[in-house]
Design a protein around this ligand. Structure first.
Ligand SMILES: Nc1ncnc2c1ncn2[C@@H]1O[C@H](COP(=O)(O)OP(=O)(O)OP(=O)(O)O)[C@@H](O)[C@H]1O
Ligand SMILES: [Zn+2]
Length: 299
């Protein structure tokens, strides 16, 4: 089997993996995201070491990155992280060093599009042409696969920044997004939960009223996504979604909000298969990068 390289480039950590799929991970390394020079240096060094150790050349790479990123293949800054507030990372070329060192194709996309591509190849999106992957963690992001391809649009979707109804009587929290206050991410990300309740999201008990409110915001966001993109499935991952009690709460609220408007058996009769956790669990990100690498040579 050919050797592929995948990079899940996160704002907190980078995960580098060499292999060809979920059943063939030959080497893996993770390190914290520090300065671009140090972090990209470690990434390149890992893959050089992997080629020596495995005695094989990489045929392609896939980079699934935190953003905002430039996905326009005709742009001189394709493959760059662009306007991030993360210190030192503005206008950073992530794919140039891999191209120069290894001389093979390098696929590039957002972290969430990457995870969606991986879920489509091996996980909960397998066999579907239209689906959405959403991560609810430190931030909230979503990747949409439409007609079998990740949706890019003008820049790329930023589903975490959609605006949702805010019942101020029930929830006086003003929101945590520095740009919009009470957008989806501002209300429902891990840091938003911590700011609202004064307790880290992973420390909130399963029966806390926080989760009912959380499910309400997520269900509103999902109804919006269904109304706009008509996905065949919604896959919800990320740290906050480790709270498994959220799934039935979200499904119930979503049905209530939709009020029988969207007439499909997939929604009306099979909700448990419509809103689901990732099939690849917490490996969706790194396997997604590997799936992107495979797509590069299968194009
Ligand atoms: N079991 C849990 N229950 C609830 N919240 C959790 C749980 N585990 C992690 N979190 C919350 O999820 C957030 C971290 O998200 P995640 O684990 O997806 O990492 P991340 O990669 O930093 O996030 P992002 O996907 O935004 O880059 C933190 O705010 C944390 O409090
Ligand atoms: Zn926002």
């Amino acid at each position: 089997m050919d050797l592929f390289g995948g990079i899940e480039a996160g704002g907190t950590k980078f995960v580098c993996v060499a292999g060809s799929g979920p059943d063939d991970i030959r080497m893996e390394e993770r390190f914290p995201t520090t300065s671009p020079v140090e972090t990209i240096g470690k990434m390149v060094a890992f893959f050089q070491h992997a080629e020596k150790k495995l005695g094989k050349k990489f045929v392609s790479f896939g980079v699934a990155s935190f953003g905002p990123v430039d996905l326009d293949t005709s742009s001189p800054t394709f493959g760059f992280i662009t306007s991030t507030p993360k210190p030192g990372w503005k206008n950073t070329d992530l794919i140039g060093p891999l191209r120069k060192t290894f001389g093979v194709p390098v696929g590039f996309d957002t972290d969430v599009n990457g995870a969606a591509i991986g879920e489509g190849m091996w996980g909960a999106g397998k066999g579907l042409k239209h689906f959405i992957y959403i991560t609810i963690g430190t931030g909230i992001g979503g990747g949409a696969v439409v007609d079998g391809k990740p949706l890019h649009g003008l820049i790329h979707p930023e589903m975490g920044h959609m605006l949702l109804p805010h019942d101020w009587d029930r929830d006086p929290f003003e929101g945590h997004c520095p740009y919009h206050g009470d957008c989806f991410e501002g209300m429902a990300s891990g840091p938003a939960l911590k700011a609202r309740w004064g307790v880290s999201a992973d420390g909130l008990p399963a029966n806390h009223s926080a989760w009912d409110l959380e499910a309400d915001y997520i269900a509103s966001a999902l109804q919006n996504l269904i109304a706009v993109l008509s996905p065949q499935r919604l896959i919800l991952g990320g740290g906050v979604m480790q709270q498994e009690q959220l799934f039935p709460l979200i499904r119930g609220k979503l049905l209530e909000k939709m009020n029988n408007y969207f007439q499909s058996p997939a929604i009306l009769n099979r909700m448990a298969e419509y809103v689901v956790p990732p099939g690849l669990g917490n490996q969706a990100g790194m396997l997604g990068a590997l799936a992107m690498a495979r797509n590069e040579i299968e194009k």
